[in-house]
Design a protein around this ligand. Structure first.
Ligand code: FAD
Length: 393
């Protein structure tokens, strides 16, 4: 009988794994389980947040994966994986047998870390760190905010999904304020003392948004202590800051499914073999994307896609007896500082001694012409189209 692979989660990691298994091993029967009928990308959601694109343009269906690639797409949640019986149990009841299972549940939030902030509070003070209703809520709040208000953004500790994204968000919100609410300000309360591409951001904030964005590191505030949802204020060790609009991005860990199925270690993330992405805790189960603990690789959509390809080729080799290749792993991140000032960072990685290390790292520099930055912004748009087609098309 045919070998069977079940993929848990139809985000970037899961969709890519399913597609590349289908493409590289047509004899394998592939099932993709995802509760949502459509996927809205987090990448480019800061553009939606600030009125620069529609949510529809960020939303992708599963029709092509099902119809062109013959993947059995089931819209349901996976309740549990039984690694002994080798079945995956759906929330609605049925159990699906598998030879290998790929788990890509993304992230969940550690609400225990900030007093006063929990799942219910996200309906008043959004995290907007999963794209969709949360992003819409934050956009409405920014739109209805009066000119002169303070937007307070609480940035999370490492590691978290997309290291430059909180600061890209601050940049694009500043761009929006500059057009529509020029007396408004942005305050970033950070759980860290430094952040990704800090020199590029600080340079851009000075050039585009002088005096509008203030960044307070943990060493200045003493750290984030509590959120008062009613007052819309953020309490730090030294001071309490009141917001007109607040955005709290909590500390993160591997998606709930990984937490509940014995796939995480003490770090809160899933340890994996750096070549096959097979779980170090559960044979036969592979973990890709944000949930995985993958050495130097950051948590990005590009990385989830790159890991998923490596994982798909390793599973195809194992199940069909074809030749196994050593994976090439990449990340390219595009970040908008304004709609036509973007920077990029391209990194390659390889498995070394049980973990994953950076091989090469090329990134934008502070001293670049406006023309170069403009070109990078156009490249980002092309990347979006090509990348989502690679994943869902
Ligand atoms: P996700 O894409 O979150 O997918 C997880 C999926 O699993 C979801 O669809 C969920 O419904 C499903 N799921 C969860 N539990 C279950 C279950 N029990 N059963 C079935 N399904 C389940 N990355 C970039 O590369 N470039 C960028 O420019 C970029 N910008 C970003 C900007 C922002 C504001 C944010 C927040 C993120 C950004 N990212 C970017 C990061 C990127 O979005 C994530 O790294 C990427 O989505 C990770 O993919 P994933 O497959 O691990 O998780």
């Amino acid at each position: 009988s045919k070998a069977r692979v079940v993929v848990v989660g139809g985000g970037i990691g899961g969709a890519t794994a399913a597609k590349y298994l289908a493409v590289s091993a047509p004899t394998i029967e592939i099932t993709l389980v995802e509760p949502k009928p459509n996927y809205t990308t987090c990448f480019f959601s800061n553009l939606y947040l600030t009125g620069l694109c529609s949510l529809e343009s960020l939303t992708h269906g599963y029709e092509t994966l099902a119809q062109r690639h013959g993947i059995n797409v089931i819209h349901d949640s996976v309740a549990a994986v039984d690694p002994v019986a080798k079945t995956v149990g759906l929330k609605s009841g049925p159990k699906l047998p598998y030879d290998r299972v790929v788990v890509a549940p993304g992230i969940t939030f550690n609400y225990d870390a900030i007093a006063g902030y929990d799942e219910a509070a996200t309906q008043v003070i959004p995290h907007a760190w999963n794209a969709g209703p949360q992003t819409q809520l934050l956009r409405r709040q920014l739109e209805s905010m009066e000119d002169g208000g303070v937007f307070v953004l609480v940035a999370p500790p490492n590691p978290f999904r997309c290291p430059p994204a909180p600061y890209e968000r601050a940049s694009l919100v500043a761009y929006y304020f500059k057009q529509h609410k020029p007396r408004s300000r942005i305050l970033i309360l950070d759980a860290k003392d430094s952040f990704n591409a800090q020199d590029l951001f600080l340079d851009a904030w000075e050039r585009h948004y002088r005096g509008m964005i203030e960044w307070l590191p943990a060493q200045f505030t003493g750290g984030i202590k509590a959120i008062d949802v009613k007052e819309r204020s953020v309490e730090t060790a030294s001071e309490t800051f009141k917001a007109a609009v607040a955005n709290v991005i909590p500390p993160q860990m591997a998606g709930q499914f990984a937490q509940q199925n014995g796939l995480v270690d003490q770090s809160g993330w899933c340890p994996i073999d750096p070549i096959t992405f097979e779980s170090k805790l559960q044979p036969g189960t592979h973990v890709v994307g944000d949930a995985s603990s993958a050495g130097d690789m950051p948590k990005s959509a590009f990385v989830a896609n790159s890991q998923a390809k490596a994982c798909a080729f390793a599973i195809a080799a194992a199940l069909t007896g074809s030749e196994r290749q050593s994976p090439h792993l990449f990340n390219t991140c595009y970040t908008f500082l304004s709609p036509d000032d973007a920077v990029s960072n391209a990194v390659s990685f390889k498995p070394v001694a049980g973990t994953i290390k950076i091989v090469d790292n090329f990134g934008s520099q502070v001293q670049e012409s406006a023309e170069t930055r403009h070109r990078t912004a156009r490249e980002a748009q092309s990347w979006y189209t090509a990348f989502t087609r690679d994943t869902f098309g």
